[in-house]
Design a protein around this ligand. Sequence first.
Ligand code: G6P
Ligand code: MG
Length: 217
Amino acid sequence: GKKGFIFDLDGVIVDTAGFHYLAWRNLANELGFEFTEEQNELFKGVSRVRSLEILLEIGGVKATEEQKEGWLVSKNEEYLSYIAKMTENDILPGVLKVLTYLKEKNIPMALGSASKNAQPILKRVGLFDLFDCIVDGNHVEKAKPDPEVFTLGAEELEVEYTDAIVFEDSIAGIQAANRVDMVSVGIGDAKVLHEADYNFNDFTEIDTAFLDQLINA
Ligand code: G6P
Ligand code: MG
């Protein structure tokens, strides 16, 4: 059937994964413990609230609801201060070429992100209008690895789940796509994303022959 492409945002389209990491690490340090990049892999694709829970588990920190609420706000404020400085230069290498190619071919495209900041980020980097639909952290109940963010995207694009192709940099996101038999394309370390159907270090490795193969499959 007709194919639809669904893109994660953070770490796939824009270089924000490092900003999330920095903000969580600073909170961890404030609370008196370390938070490594390796541990951060498990945070990718995971909602803000769930990320804080995991962080506090790592640090062995018990907290009241009020404290947690405060940390969620301060983490996001720090994150927002980083994204306020973003420009189109923060679009990851090769992404624009792939998106433009698909757009020229009239391939339906959706964003599928856990982030509640997805829309302002897309506007900042000038990609908002490229997507036919945006499904983000404001629209879903269940976080990745639940596939809700992708199934909603496929439904809005009016493509079958098996005709949806998902680009993801997170373990949780690859698992979400696989759960509903979407085609999963891992962006990043193949060792980390070994459950993906395909793997690339970044979008510069993705050529039009590969895209055509996906479109015509
Ligand atoms: C993405 C990122 C996560 C982040 C989540 C929520 O999935 O990979 O690291 O925690 O979005 O983002 P938000 O902008 O709503 O805090
Ligand atoms: Mg991501």
